[in-house]
Design a protein around this ligand. Sequence first.
Ligand SMILES: Nc1ncnc2c1ncn2[C@@H]1O[C@H](COP(=O)(O)OP(=O)(O)OP(=O)(O)O)[C@@H](O)[C@H]1O
Length: 642
Amino acid sequence: NPDFDALVAFKTASDTSKTWNTNSNTNPCSWSGVSCIRDRVSRLVLENLNLEGSIHPLTSLTHLRVLSLKGNRFSGPLPDLSNLTAVKLLFLSNNRFSGVFPASLTSLSRLYRLDLSNNNFSGDIPATLSHFTHLLTLRLDANNFSGRMPNVNLPTLQDFNVSGNRLSGEIPKALSTFPVSSFGQNPFLCGAPLQKCAPDPTKPGSGGAIASPLSPQSSIPPSSTVSSSPSSMPKTSTPSGKSKTDEKGGSKISPVALIAIIVGDVLVLGLVSLLLYCYFWRNYSAKLKEGKGSKLFESEKIVYSSSPYPAQGGFERGRMVFFDGEKRFELEDLLRASAEMLGKGGFGTAYKAVLDDGNVVAVKRLKEAQITGKREFEQHMEVLGRLRHPNVVSLRAYYFAREEKLLVYDYMPNATLFWLLHGNRGPGRSPLDWTTRLKIAAGAARGVAFIHSSCKSLRLTHGNIKSTNVLLDNHGNARVSDFGLSVFAGPGPLGGRSNGYRAPEASEGRKQTHKSDVYSFGVLLLELLTGKCPSVVESAGSGYGGVVDLPRWVQSVVREEWTAEVFDLELMRYKDIEEEMVGLLQIAMSCTAAAPDQRPRMCHVVKMIEELRGVEVSPSHDTLDSVSESPSLSEDACGTSQ
Ligand SMILES: Nc1ncnc2c1ncn2[C@@H]1O[C@H](COP(=O)(O)OP(=O)(O)OP(=O)(O)O)[C@@H](O)[C@H]1O
């Protein structure tokens, strides 16, 4: 195995103080800090181990995806790393590397985090940085880079720092949106966000020089030292952890200030917990009063002795229509069935009904829906009722009468994504593990993409993507429900019910589009990643004025602090997932782009999620319910509704 030979050579040369725990094991895949996929080294995290010398033996690890050698004593120029084409995270900070910016790095087109901070690199920062089309993080701070900042266009960049170098000239416009701390301690750098550049004497009519070396820089805060290591999530800073940036003149926090910060943090945390507690308790007790049950309140299981469905006397007799051609039960059977309230949504109440023959269905009673006419309703149902896909909850039948409209769906026994993420938080809860989250994300994406690709002439949308509408079937596969009902939504309370997921352009009453679905799906991904609920109402004065704007919050945290801060604390216990989490975060952020045409199409979202891990999250065909569940919908089916 070529990787093993390389690792042995690397260890022999660099671990002279024998600090790297390899347990004298002959298989390097079991060494501390080494992860392998099918016997090829995929991850090497060897931090603060006093390793030294050159990293040349690692240049042949062609399957490496994560390389972190932060906090060692490696020195000299970086070797040619162009063979490491699979590398996505590269952390080489706090070493003694020197030489110019390694040209070979720019061929690593998959990189999305590059940290070379706190080394002795020198020379220009090359314009070829623009080759990093996926870059989220670029840390070059605390080196000796000089010359002008190149005008690089890195649209995905979230975390950027070149402070503590010897750069000069004007900061390019594309980078001027980063904070002052990204550029501090470069005495000859000027332009936004730093102070204005003095006029250029070489230009006619101007009288000064480019940024004056005497210009006061004291107002510029020192670069913030941010942990970017995969093994240090979430970020913590210890008072004793003196960084090179400190040594180069950065400010130190006094013990009093540190205590004040900690006390402040604890107070804010306490206040937030109290507010959340009050909010959930108020909702809980309100629901108790109103007698509305849901999966969150198992104790409220209501079995109706009298049916919740329409009484027959005095009603116009309607029609129960099944889509698969076979009449399975009549309204009378539904009336006889014992019904358990599942929850109340924007259109009305949903029930679980157990029929006499043991069949279980979910019945949605459309009370609040704005239905203009029977014909339109029936035509629309004909389209929705033909959608069959392993990641979509099948609509089996509908009942239409003037006073009553019912939709009959397959019953999904394994809770909603909302419940899995937010239900039962606290002691005794089993967290939703990362692989399951990824599998749910991939499944739900496939479901939405299927809806978008069905019946192209109608440009069918889901219209109400959110975590209560992602259900798990009896094999644990994610299925999207409630699709296509937004056409019945009026401007009233229904419009406000899922605000946290709603695309900015699809506000009150505006038509839903494929792109607004993509936005909502992006918010759902952020919910999966952060564990935060987008539709929780924030207290007054929070700055959000209503529901949490999850995309805005994530963007601000990723920019100001560090990506690791946004992830659900429940995910911190899982090893080796950071790369996938950051990958999913990137997808979520592109889905929630403010401009609709910058958002990807749903079929691309599916592809990107599947590529994060590969086969494991792809659909397993042995889990499909039946052959009838294979994706299907002909264009003829839409024809009927036009
Ligand atoms: N097919 C189903 N199988 C099992 N449970 C379901 C099914 N459909 C809905 N539910 C449950 O019923 C609850 C209420 O669903 P409903 O669709 O009426 O409202 P909602 O999803 O909360 O809001 P909205 O009306 O905006 O979609 C859901 O939270 C879910 O727990």
